[in-house]
Design a protein around this ligand. Structure first.
Ligand code: ZN
Ligand code: ZN
Ligand code: FE
Length: 760
């Protein structure tokens, strides 16, 4: 006897060949009925014998496509119908939106093979895709995810493409962006007055690169700037244009062999590089000439040709006998959002590029390349964007209320929640740039539309002058403030679904504290919806406030002045190259305590140590000194510096001055900076362990959440985890989000939903 069931499936089930997959397993199990995409999720009505239905559900769970994720599967009985076939029904739109669009997927091995085959009809076609790969989030305007609601709407499929699209046994069955050279998007190039189309345009771009010129490429989530990575002239020109004298650039290669010539690549790193997310992975560089690309650093960011456009370019370069890696950096000026339209690219990149490669497939949602690193077989994100957004994060809280959290001002992301799901936006960037503020508000509207939610609660940072705080203020709904470092560690708790009391440590550059000082080394506990500050670095002055972030020698002078007078002369000797006059002005600032905000920032302490190690006194980009200090680290020190832990009422205050004094005593040898690096990194990790051990004696908490930008330092992350785990702590870190300020929006949203309060 037959039965009929209705199934509603939610999760990442649209745009990855889920319906074709359902069709196939329906045929296999002799099921009739239908499957359709709705904004409630994928709906199946399945009719067959009891055992066939059972096997069908089993197949659904076990054989689902690799990119898909079933979060819920609701099954209810229906009345039997008279039907013989199984069909895929056109999508419909219903009121409440539940389903989620997948992130963009990198070129799959099958498509890569096809486009490399001269006999294939999509030979070197820059827009080849299938149900396993291709654009998704970047082209979606609205859901359900169907071609007419994407920027592919304007292209009408030719008979051959249509046949593939309609054939359930084809790899392109219902692949929404399916296209070929006859019917799909096309590239064209503009160099001066010369306009070329299709293949000729690609060849012209390749010629420019071979001859040492610079191209812009309309890519997946925005424009790239590309050139020969080994051409000093071209690289310097981009540096000058982006006002980026030493900040590292990402490289692109098209196969593993090329990648291995430049970097050391472990198994896990290889897996991530070749994954559908295809991020930039930070790898240990080989000794060769890449100093131009990442000066002063031991690592290099590298990614694979993740779109067919990039791949086609590499194939043509190959044919010309050119095998160098390419610089592939975002098409923008310093700190601005990545260019998305032809007009923006022309405006932004004027004067830099020799040729622009455009195409007529519009980018609806702009998104940067994601960046991350591997440590001990785990992947950590530094920038979360393409390939990861708009995947959601499940929080350990169920709420009918929706929160919009505006995040922090640096490395901004925002977070919009629906039920227990948090949707963290792509990397927005530094909000002091007005174009990034516009990018944020534009993306907030898009997320609201895609998720069909109207926020009930607005969460933001406590900093009164943050742009994100001001943007939050303008949004009408109940306002909640969440302290910066509490948000950091709550993001970890949300990611790992931690419900029990836990301690947390946020180590970062800056965050507004409850006492209006600039916090940045915060040991907190969260228990019974109450957060408490248990320990922190002793305050020191930041002469000139913000100026101390780029003139990092100011941090060291401030700390030197707190030591005994006998250190002053020695300390000043280390500040070689800085004008006496300037030093005197800053000394006055310190003595008079004017323009001298107080901070407990670990980021600034690292800056000071980088300056005292004479690595640099001025930073071009955030954490440049600390990153170079980390690059010198080879082995854990057996004779580390020692922080002094002082009990003050119920708090532990961590005094860094003994460390500074020891650094000043280091003899001037060739390995001085390396010795300082090793002793200092080890000291910080040991201090963290010691503080947690003594806090645990009082509160008996074993769970520890680590967050903050300082944990992007691999040495600190590794040593801290190792020391704490040896003491039987359970250690959690950000894994789905970066540990820098990109995770703050999630922590704010979670804190607002849970109503966690901070007591001083
Ligand atoms: Zn494919
Ligand atoms: Zn076609
Ligand atoms: Fe932070």
């Amino acid at each position: 006897m037959n039965i009929r069931k209705k199934m509603i499936i939610n999760g990442v089930v649209q745009g990855i060949g889920f319906r074709p997959f359902v069709y196939k397993i329906a045929l296999k199990n002799k099921i009739s009925g239908f499957v359709k995409n709705t904004s409630l999720g994928v709906i199946i009505e399945a009719q067959g014998s009891k055992s066939d239905i059972r096997n069908f559900v089993l197949d659904l769970k076990l054989l689902k496509p690799g990119q898909s994720e079933i979060e819920s599967l609701k099954i209810s009985p229906l009345k039997i119908k008279n039907e013989k076939e199984f069909k895929i029904i056109k999508s419909e739109k219903t009121l409440k939106t539940q389903s989620i669009i997948p992130p963009d997927l990198a070129l799959c091995p099958d498509c890569r093979k096809e486009m490399r085959n001269p006999k294939d009809r999509r030979y070197l076609y820059p827009f080849i895709n299938c149900t396993n790969c291709g654009p998704r989030f970047t082209i979606v305007k609205s859901i359900p995810y169907d071609r007419p609601l994407t920027t592919m709407k304007k292209f009408k499929m030719c008979p051959s493409c249509k046949r593939e699209y309609e054939n359930p046994f084809d790899r392109r069955f219902h692949a929404q962006p399916n296209a070929c050279p006859d019917c799909g998007p096309r590239v064209f190039s503009i160099a001066g007055r010369k306009i070329l189309k299709g293949f000729d345009a690609l060849v012209a771009a390749a010629d420019i690169i071979v001859s040492g010129g610079i191209c812009s490429l309309q890519s997946l989530g925005g424009f790239h700037i590309a050139c020969d990575a080994l051409n000093e002239k071209a690289v310097s020109k981009i540096r000058k244009y982006k006002v980026r004298p030493s900040k590292p650039f990402a490289l692109m290669v098209s196969n593993l062999k090329e990648a291995k010539k430049i970097c050391f690549i472990g198994e896990k790193e290889k897996k991530i590089l070749l994954s559908p997310s295809s991020p930039v992975v930070m790898l240990r560089k080989r000794d060769f000439a890449c100093d131009l690309i990442a000066p002063g650093l031991s690592t290099l960011g590298l990614m694979f040709s993740y779109t067919p456009l990039h791949e086609a370019l590499f194939q043509i370069l190959r044919a010309k006998g050119f095998y160098n890696p390419l610089i592939m950096t975002s098409g923008n000026k310093r700190d601005e959002p990545i260019a998305k339209t032809v007009l923006q690219a022309r405006e932004k990149l004027k004067g830099l590029i020799d040729l622009a490669l455009y195409n007529n497939r519009d980018i609806h949602n702009r998104i940067d390349d994601s960046v991350g690193f591997v440590m001990k077989d785990a992947f950590y994100l530094i920038r979360r964007a393409r390939g990861y957004v708009p995947n959601s994060i499940k929080m350990p809280v169920g709420s009918k209320k929706s929160v919009l959290a505006f995040g922090a001002d640096l490395k901004n992301t925002f977070c919009l929640t629906r039920d227990s799901h948090a949707f963290v936006s792509q990397h927005i960037g530094d909000l002091s740039e007005t174009q990034n503020q516009d990018f944020q508000s534009e993306t907030v509207s898009k997320f609201k539309k895609l998720l069909s939610v109207k926020p009930d609660i607005i969460a933001s940072d406590m900093h009164p002058n943050y742009h994100s705080t001001l943007a939050a203020k303008k949004t009408k709904a109940r306002q909640v403030k969440v302290q910066h470092h509490l948000a950091h560690i709550l993001s970890v708790a949300a990611e790992h679904q931690i419900k029990k009391p836990f301690m947390g440590l946020a180590l970062d550059g800056t965050g507004y504290g409850l006492d209006s000082n600039i916090w940045g080394s915060e040991f907190l506990s969260v228990r019974d919806l109450k957060a408490e500050r248990l320990a922190h670095l002793a305050y020191f002055g930041l002469p000139g406030g913000e100026a101390a972030q780029s003139e990092i020698w100011r941090c060291s002078l401030s700390l030197i002045k707190m030591l005994d007078k006998k250190f002053l002369l020695k300390g000043k000797q280390l500040l070689k190259g800085i004008k006496q006059e300037k030093i005197r002005i800053v000394e006055k600032m310190i003595e008079s305590k004017i323009n001298l905000p107080l901070t407990s920032s670990m980021g600034r302490l690292f800056d000071a140590v980088a300056s005292l190690a004479q690595i640099r006194h001025f930073a071009e980009y955030e954490a440049q000194g600390p990153m170079e200090l980390e690059s010198l680290f080879k082995n854990k020190s057996s004779n580390p510096y020692k922080f002094l832990l002082c009990k003050n009422q119920n708090k532990i205050i961590i005094d860094p001055l003994p460390v500074i004094a020891e650094i000043l005593k280091e003899p001037f040898t060739d390995s001085r900076a390396q010795i300082i690096s090793e002793k200092f990194h080890t000291a910080v990790a040991l201090m963290i362990k010691d503080v947690f051990v003594s806090l645990r004696k009082i509160n008996k908490i074993r769970m520890v959440c680590l967050s903050g930008g300082v944990f992007q330092n691999k040495v600190i992350l590794y040593l801290t985890k190792a020391f704490l785990e040896k003491e039987k702590f359970r250690v959690f870190t950000n894994r789905l989000l970066p540990s820098n300020d990109a995770c703050v929006s999630l922590g704010q949203a979670y804190g607002a939903l849970k109503k966690i309060e901070f007591k001083l």
